[in-house]
Design a protein around this ligand. Sequence first.
Ligand SMILES: [Cu+2]
Length: 132
Amino acid sequence: MNIQMLTALAISATVIGIAFWIVPTNSEVDGGGLPAPTAVIIDGTQIVDITAKGGYSPRVVVAKAGIPTVVRLATKDTFDCSASVVIPKLSYQKFLQPSGIEEIQITADQATGTLQGLCSMGMYNFKIKFEY
Ligand SMILES: [Cu+2]
């Protein structure tokens, strides 16, 4: 390999590095680079499904503000701390069963802004973004 090839290689590596660096990290993008999933509305009630196991997925859900909402937190052989859920805004705290579905009711008034849930240690989190 001669010096020109090395220089070309170094330049392309730098260009690729800068391209990745410039691309903004969208806060509404899930870990996998996909857009945040949207909540579904069935008979006037909004449903947000989140799975708790080794963290929460999806990490971000976009929902409509001002609509009564049910957060369905599903566990399936969840033996890590993501089963210990805290939602500070709702003063909600619960240790979930290792497997099951926990339904958390959110009133239309509470369905505003960003609702964050965390594991009790604050290591994992999820966000429901209520938008108008
Ligand atoms: Cu934790």
